[in-house]
Design a protein around this ligand. Sequence first.
Ligand code: TRP
Length: 331
Amino acid sequence: MPEARKQVAVSGIQASGNLHIGNYIGAIKQFIELQNKYKMFVFVADLHAITVPQDPKKLEAQALDAVYTYLACGLDPEKTTIFVQSHVPQHAELGWILNTITPLGELERMTQFKEKKAGQNVLAGLLNYPTLMAADILLYQPDAVPVGEDQLQHVELARTLARKFNAKFGQTFKEPKALIQKEGARIMGLDDPTKKMSKSAAAASRIELLDGEAEIRRKIKIAVTDSGREIRFNPQMKPAISNLLAIYSNTAAISISELEKKYAGKTYSEFKSDLADALVKTLSPVQKKYKALAKSKESVLKILKNGADAAKDAAELKMHEVRQRVGLLHY
Ligand code: TRP
């Protein structure tokens, strides 16, 4: 009997700086779980990274760094196609074509664009970020697109563009579904639980995956808490403690309600000290693996080359169809 087609999932991550526990919980951890169920394509979105000015030297190192981190966290090149977006030129090619069917107003209305353009010298690439992302997705005909909540609007646009293209040129693209991790998909800053944990905020606002033990303990110790003393999950009333509970739950694989029970009647400082233990326990094996990988750059580049070759095969199949649908002259 022929094997049922394995479901496909696609996702990308920006190569814009040291990855943190928010990236781990919101994306990487989910990928590690999904790779057993789906045929996954995971790439470093370097073309997206340059929609804001980047230092070329650093950008290259950051892309590689992101790959070391993914591998160290357990992404398995035997199961998942891991590559760099710019190594598969079909992404940019389809991105361009999708731009030609995307109303300007739709892009101007995107929340991320509106946020990022505030006070900046806005580049056209930033406006067109979502069409490139739609291309990233549609090329591989995925069933699922695992993303953080903040990227939901972009996945919706990919669906809209798939429908639009299909209506205009004939059935070509499948409409993918976003896969949002519910509990704790959005990890907030340690210094301000109203802002998403981010690479661009103060260092003490996040636990980076490569932070040493002392650093982790220090940051957790100074993380803001809420008034009152109970350790309860209630993002409205207790945003800071709820965020720490989400981090704890996701790193130690203990449910939030179990944690609430465990810490009933305990102090914030006991809770924080155990949370720091859990983070150290999760991150130290990752850091060991990371260091080993960083010493064998050549073998990691080989993984990326193999990944790009496999991704190109899949992407070219779809692109060939797209060029014909659009009516681009071919041999
Ligand atoms: N924009 C995504 C982010 O910032 C990264 C990304 C780029 C992506 N292309 C993608 C995610 C395609 C999913 C699918 O997180």
